[in-house]
Design a protein around this ligand. Structure first.
Ligand code: UD1
Length: 338
């Protein structure tokens, strides 16, 4: 079974390629290396004994996508990770985000329509819920107005897929709404490699501990939470990767209840920023230099998943604890800087 993984050399993509290959899928990766490197292929090979087929090109080139599907006409599944994901950058350059995240999505769906259907998995985000009115967040919680063009591309992306599936019964899709993916493969061979200064908490924590950053800024301690800091649902990237294989298998086996489905992917447990810091200090044995500063614009107070649908319908459950995920992130950071 041949599967296209776009953005397959990125953080979540590379971990998913590993799990797909472990399950016997033949993987073709398309990546433009805009936020990844060819070395990731070697990491995947070191873990699975095999490199995926690799095609380096930019998916904004519609002709190249068309040529790709001619060359690989036996691709029956697509997992679409390739997208831009920096919230701040999306505010500065919205058209880049709409072109990369929306334009490309429509090109791929057009090709899948042309080939008479396929199984399609989309990387969505819990950002579609904004600050949800009730916690934990179920898939039925309303989608709130997006805070940024990035967030908007995830909402609009879901709508485009839903509308397309409505009129193409041979096209089957699942949108996976990720909570906060962290950690790295336990082998230490692949992990997260943010470009420049990390915007997300955990890479900033590990880079501070290793000495690349002076100090972690904790954005606000006056939220209405246990200790005043923001609450998120941090999920180990390997657990997340396994959910993609489950979702794809569900579609390939025709187990889906409708041809467009949505699942939350989280652990179901919320952790505050200070709890993340304490957990990190415990598993790494390092003391973290941090200080409390003002809130960051656009941050929600608390978000964690209701995992019942993913557990019962998808048959998937996150296994790793926060400690385990942070330990793997730390091992990876030490490996990369060694
Ligand atoms: C962020 C994005 C979200 C995106 C997700 C992708 C924002 C506002 N949201 O989510 O749209 O889908 O990344 O991974 O950028 N924190 C600090 N100090 C830091 C960094 C973060 O205190 O240097 C805090 C934040 O205030 C938050 C928590 O840590 O409470 C997690 O932050 P982060 O890792 O950036 O994830 P999100 O904000 O949930």
């Amino acid at each position: 079974m041949k599967v296209l993984v776009t953005g397959g050399l990125g953080f979540i993509g590379s971990h998913t390629v590993v799990e797909l290959q472990n399950e016997g899928f033949e993987v073709v990766v398309v990546d433009n290396l805009s936020n990844s490197s060819k070395d990731v292929l070697k990491g995947i090979e070191a873990i699975t004994g095999k490199q995926p087929i690799f095609e380096e090109f930019d998916l904004r080139d519609k002709q190249k996508i068309q040529d790709f599907f001619k060359k690989y006409d036996d691709v029956t599944g697509v997992i679409h990770f390739a997208a831009s994901k920096a919230v701040g950058e999306s505010v500065e350059n919205p058209l880049l985000y709409y072109e990369n995240n929306i334009g490309v999505l429509t090109y791929i769906l057009q090709q899948l329509e042309k080939k008479g259907g396929a199984s399609f998995i989309f990387s969505s985000s819990c950002t579609v819920y904004g600050q949800a009115d009730a916690l934990p967040i179920t898939e039925d919680a309303p989608v709130k107005p997006a805070e940024s063009p990035y967030g908007n591309t995830k909402q609009v992306g879901e709508e485009i897929i839903r509308d397309t599936c409505k009129v193409n019964s041979d096209l089957k899709a699942i949108a996976l709404r990720y909570f906060n993916p962290i950690g790295a493969h336990p082998s230490g061979k692949i992990g997260e490699l943010p470009l420049g200064v990390p915007q997300n908490l955990v890479p900033f924590v590990t880079q501070t501990a290793i000495g690349l950053r002076e100090q972690l800024l904790v954005f606000g301690n006056d939220y209405p939470t246990v200790d005043g800091t923001g609450i998120r649902d941090y999920i180990h990237v390997v657990d997340l990767a396994k959910a993609h294989v489950k979702a794809l298998q569900r579609l390939l086996d025709d187990k889906n209840e409708s041809n467009y489905e949505v699942f939350n992917l989280g652990t179901g447990k919320g952790s505050s920023v200070l709890e993340v810091i304490q957990s990190f200090e415990r598993v790494s044995g390092e003391k973290l230099n941090y200080k409390i500063v003002d809130r960051r614009a656009g941050d929600v107070i608390a978000a964690y998943a209701d995992t019942q649908k993913a557990n019962e319908v998808l048959g998937w459950k996150a296994k790793s604890t926060l400690d385990e995920a942070l330990k793997s992130a730390w091992e990876w950071e030490k490996n990369v800087r060694a």
